[in-house]
Design a protein around this ligand. Sequence first.
Ligand SMILES: Nc1ncnc2c1ncn2[C@@H]1O[C@H](COP(=O)(O)OP(=O)(O)OP(=O)(O)O)[C@@H](O)[C@H]1O
Length: 297
Amino acid sequence: MLTLDRVTKTFRAGAFGGGSTTAVDRVSFEVAPGELVSLIGESGSGKSTIGRMVLGLTHVSAGSLTLDGERVRPGKDFYRRVQGVFQDPFSCYNPVFKADRVFALVHRAYHPGVPDKEWADRVEAAVRDVRLDPGQVLGRYPHQLSGGQLQRLLIARALLLDLRFLVADEITSMLDASTRIDVLNLLAGLKERGLGVLYITHDLSLGTYLAERTVVLRSGRVVERGDTQKVFGNPLHPYTRTLLAAVPRLNQPWTAAEPVEACAFHAGGARDTDLYETEPDHFVACAGLPDCGRTSA
Ligand SMILES: Nc1ncnc2c1ncn2[C@@H]1O[C@H](COP(=O)(O)OP(=O)(O)OP(=O)(O)O)[C@@H](O)[C@H]1O
């Protein structure tokens, strides 16, 4: 179980590092084993920073972030259980190494005791699991493979570890529509194996495709979260409504989203990040709801 409890990330800012910017502000949510939670928000809302904290790539400034009750401790043991897959699969490969070298590195680093033949069998099985033909892809250089193939190989690599948790950060944004669905279906398969997945995206339609639960982030704060059907079926925060209104629909003329004027949070009026549980597993930040009683002027 991944648990974020009022997690905050502050970066130094300014020419001489004198100022600071809060990229993530007291964010709390959980991801259970076998669950996919999507983290949605516009560019700069802090999604990737959260992913990087989960992966131990950047420190948590305040609050607590734990996996199975333990704080993130980057190292071999941690990365055996937690991995990330990112937007640009090309950047994850060394261009002068063939794809199978990636698996050889995993063998050496994480499973040195596994005999070569058994390892080769495991690699083949993992590559077939992501619906690729090992004979077609393993002997190739990254530039000889498509983005979708590279992305799948990264997922296969993750399968060869004793993975408990995957951070998938915009992994489908460089893929065409049909490959995108294939990769999303692979994530669904990982869930069935009991993995927890944090799926980071700015694309609402993809976020809703697989996620049991959704966290909507704005300017580093959670504005709404909970059961995906509830958050998108009955969006309560004006920002969530704006995001939904901005999704283009087939056969409907595009209309600009309404400004988020009704929201006390948007106006900078809300002083805290408390969320109100408006129905079971549906939480919303102070947003001028008639019954919230805490809207600021
Ligand atoms: N290393 C850093 N130093 C200073 N500020 C940073 C750093 N990394 C991120 N930020 C700032 O933190 C905020 C959140 O960035 P982040 O990359 O997490 O957003 P995001 O929601 O993932 O955006 P995108 O969808 O564009 O990737 C931004 O204002 C960004 O400029």
